[in-house]
Design a protein around this ligand. Sequence first.
Ligand code: NAP
Length: 256
Amino acid sequence: MSQLLAGKNALILGVANKWSIAYAIAHAYVREGARVLLTYQSERQKQTVEELGAELGVARVLPCDVTQEAEVSALVEQIRTGCGTLDAMVHSIAFANKEDLSRPFVETPREGFLLAHDVSAYSLVALSRAVAPLMTAGGSIMTLSYLASVRVMPNYNVMGVAKASLEACVRYLASDLGPQNIRVNAISAGPVKTASARAVKDFSKMLEGAAAHGPLRRATDPAEVADTAVFLASTLGRGVTGNVVYVDAGFQIMGV
Ligand code: NAP
């Protein structure tokens, strides 16, 4: 079978380690023939992401803390000089203070609320604005969301609210960028054991509950999230924009 992303340049933000959803996506993109660029947030993660990138066979590993406008601009400049154009961007980034994920939502301080929204939602807007001029032949932008955007999930708190904002950003960005044939979507993944997920109190219970009660009676495999990310970046996804695509073994349809 021919490779679905052959000849495409793809930027993937959010690989922290082998358990990251972004790692599974990078693996699938390389398999499908994309030229992949990864980013790391700080010097602390540089060596790990460079080693993972070398293992995967990605083209480049570049720095970018998404809260720093100057770093977003520098990233785009490096892509412009290195690749010229971009076909896909995967935003797989979120952050909230751990204490805001365990105390009642009503007690969320202003600072924690703004931080979660800055890193987890606004960064998609800033990055989309920055990369859109590189998507000269159209493109596909996607982000990772979670069911807590539309349902109350224990301990998700401010991150659930930030995901609601993120999904609304997807719709507005899709509307703005559609005339340039740039599609913007979210993949709402079921629970996956990652470093970020570990910050959510009682995460294992959520994962076990979803696996026990969802239609497919099993947990979400990051590889199936990655395959949907391939579909969205490929020509096969050409008619899909402004959507939240659930890859959660069906859990979101259940009432109880
Ligand atoms: P992860 O491996 O911990 O990935 C989160 C990434 O965000 C890390 O690479 C982290 O970098 C990066 N990040 C945080 N703040 C940043 C900043 N200021 N600038 C640049 N990068 C920053 O966890 P994950 O579960 O794969 O999360 C990826 C996405 O999937 C998130 O949006 C998450 O909400 C979403 N999601 C996860 C699940 C799940 O159950 N795991 C389910 C649905 C959706 P550092 O490690 O360097 O801080």
